[in-house]
Write a protein that binds this ligand. Structure first.
Ligand SMILES: *[C@@H]1O[C@H](CO)[C@@H](O)[C@H](O)[C@H]1NC(C)=O
Ligand SMILES: *[C@@H]1O[C@H](CO)[C@@H](O)[C@H](O)[C@H]1NC(C)=O
Ligand SMILES: [Mn+2]
Length: 585
């Protein structure tokens, strides 16, 4: 699971998420139960805040009594709101473990394995009655360099919170971790459990690193239950997490499910509530939260499952059905994209995806991820692979999103013949159907004809850049080819500067001639269109950028400071080149 796949995405996600949250609160006729639930949440939050204040006061008292301990890592996020009472040695140990794992192992090692986490489900969930004869479940935990106490807590919660007659086994898949304590110390814990429950825990350890997708497939292969849950190992399941999932799969074996994740903060390990939402992605295939459909909101029952375009990574499915549709793409490497591939494939090849609000899992939000410090390389490779296999005429959108050329990008995506054959064999629907019926919020980017950095032929070391943020004045800046310099030219004549949005509910920033002065500006495209502002330009590769309404050109000129500036003026014949062209401009 990778909620915080990228900071930018996270921010977008939070915004989408908060918008959704607000619309829930503002819903026109909120049910009494739902209101009570909100009040309960607020009381719960206040209680946490009060606890925190008391704790701080106690710590402060201790601190003033003792000689004041020096803060060794004032810049470390680990100590932002935690650890004030630690000795210097303890701080060193905690920081070292945090750097290694990306979460607070020091604290995890000191919390009970069976700690209680708040029940954050909608109150309707506890009242639901599930059939007795549900299918059995195999729980697969995948990990790479996970802290021992975190894995133990995951196992402990699964055993305590899953009805024993339904829990077929727990399969631990170690994708070649390097930390020693995942060898014999973990085996000792497994042996301890095996005394009571022989064979319940199985361990698969890879001899070479497989990457996330293959590791997950190997867990599925080892599973024997009717249903398989593929989870991360840095989780704790909530009370009654399994029953709603198993009941839903019993009713329809073709539905692939995701529980709702509460966020366990990486520093304090406190579990905080997340409101159920659909799991979606942008054209980079980074994942994000998205509002459930209007139909779901109309039901006015937040305990009901909602349709979702994809999964974040963790998922639960009928074991055999998952096999029939090809489990996961084993041609994926390292990390990323396999969750989106699953989402698209399930929808196109005869199944569907739902998020189940009554099934909750607390998931530690890592401050940094294993496998590799920079995951964008494998992300790009896997995204191009998804595009090639599934996205038909929309596949260039992935290239556009990553600012790669359409052809000869030099990235090896591996052999896709087998997966393409699978698509044929299963008679899967075209990607267009997915866009129209499952994920209409994803903008199909139909009109883009050129993208990437935009340079003036007179000075090609400089690129158009969105300029200071906040702010709406584009500038000329040394080319670095990152997002602030990503430009897009649309068939209808719009020029977006500083990135492009993947979703139809967002708006891009359009280059505009304000009509007076000689400074070009950026303006919200939707708003500009409504107001009839001058955002349409004539441009073709190697030619002038000329405003259709004012007839002025976007050009550069040397100022008194001898620097070059971006200006609007009567055309003098300056020409521009955009990095990538889709159709001949
Ligand atoms: C956790 O385990 C301990 C020791 O077995 C037990 O005394 C305690 O009641 C348990 N706590 C919970 C919340 O189950
Ligand atoms: C711009 O391109 C046109 C032909 O497309 C050419 O005639 C003109 O000389 C170019 N301008 C400059 C400044 O190079
Ligand atoms: Mn995770």
């Amino acid at each position: 699971m990778r909620i915080a796949a990228k900071v930018g995405v996270l921010v977008t996600g939070i915004i989408v998420y908060s918008l959704m949250h607000m619309s829930l609160i503002r819903s026109e006729d909120p049910e009494v139960l739902w209101r009570l639930k909100r009040i309960e949440d607020q009381v719960y939050k206040m209680a946490i805040e009060i606890k925190q204040k008391v704790r701080e006061a106690v710590v402060e008292q201790k601190m003033t009594k003792k000689t004041k301990v020096k803060k060794l890592y004032p810049k470390s996020y680990l100590f932002k709101s935690w650890g004030a009472e630690l000795t210097e040695e303890e701080q060193m140990e905690a920081e070292r473990q945090y750097q290694e794992f990306g979460y607070n192992v020091f604290l995890s090692n000191r919390l009970p394995l069976n700690r209680t986490i708040p029940d954050t489900r909608d109150i309707r969930c506890a009242a639901k009655i599930y059939p007795k004869d549900l299918p059995t479940i195999s729980v697969v935990l995948i990990y790479l360099n996970e802290a021992l106490s975190v894995i133990k807590r995951a196992i402990c919660s699964i055993i305590n919170k899953t009805p024993a007659h339904l829990l077929k086994e727990i399969i631990l898949v170690d994708d070649l971790s390097s930390n020693e304590d995942l060898q014999s110390p973990l085996d000792e814990y497994i042996d301890l459990i095996s005394k009571d429950k022989p064979g319940l825990i199985k361990k698969v350890r890879h001899k070479r690193q497989m990457g996330l997708a293959k590791a997950r497939v190997s867990g599925w292969e080892a599973a024997t239950g009717q249903v398989v849950a593929i989870l991360d190992a840095h989780i704790e399941v909530h009370k009654q997490w399994a029953e709603p999932l198993l009941a839903r799969i019993k009713a329809d074996r073709t539905v692939v499910l995701s529980p709702v994740f509460d966020k366990v903060l990486f520093d304090t390990l406190e579990a905080t509530e997340y409101i159920p939402a659909a799991h979606a992605f942008d054209w980079n295939l980074w994942c994000m939260y998205e509002s459930f459909s209007p139909e779901w909101h109309q039901m006015n029952d937040p305990s009901e499952p909602g349709k979702s375009p994809s999964v974040m990574g963790i998922f639960v499915a009928d074991r055999q059905f998952l096999g029939e549709i090809g489990v996961l793409d084993e041609g994926m490497t390292v990390y990323g994209g396999e969750n989106v591939e699953l989402g698209i494939r399930v929808w196109l090849c005869g199944g569907s995806i739902e998020v189940v609000p009554c099934s909750k899992i607390a998931h530690i939000e890592r401050a940094h991820k294993p496998y590799s410090p920079d995951l964008s390389k494998p992300m790009i490779r896997n995204a191009l692979r998804v595009a090639e296999i599934w996205m038909d005429e929309y596949k260039s959108n992935v290239n556009i999103a990553w600012n790669l050329p359409l052809k000869d990008h030099g990235i090896d995506i591996g052999d896709v013949t087998e997966r393409k054959q699978l698509r044929e064999k299963l008679k899967c629907k075209p990607f267009k159907w997915y866009l129209e019926n499952v994920y209409p919020l994803l903008d199909s980017w139909g009109g883009i004809v050129g993208y990437g950095a935009l340079r003036n032929d007179l000075k090609d070391k400089f690129c158009i850049d969105q300029g200071p943020v906040p702010g709406s004045v584009p500038i000329l800046y040394t080319c670095h080819y990152y997002k602030p310099q990503h430009c897009y030219y649309n068939r209808n004549g719009e020029i977006y500067i500083g990135g492009i949005k993947s979703h139809t509910y967002n708006s891009n920033r359009c280059l505009m001639d304000p009509g007076s002065g000689n400074t070009p500006v950026l303006h919200d495209c939707k708003n500009a269109k409504e107001k009839g502002l001058s955002i349409y330009w004539d441009f073709s590769q190697g030619n002038a950028i000329r405003n259709r309404k004012t007839n002025r050109c976007l050009e550069i000129s040397q100022g008194g400071d001898s620097d070059y500036h971006l200006i609007l003026q009567t055309c003098t014949g300056q020409n521009w080149t955009i990095q990538h062209v889709i159709k001949s401009l």
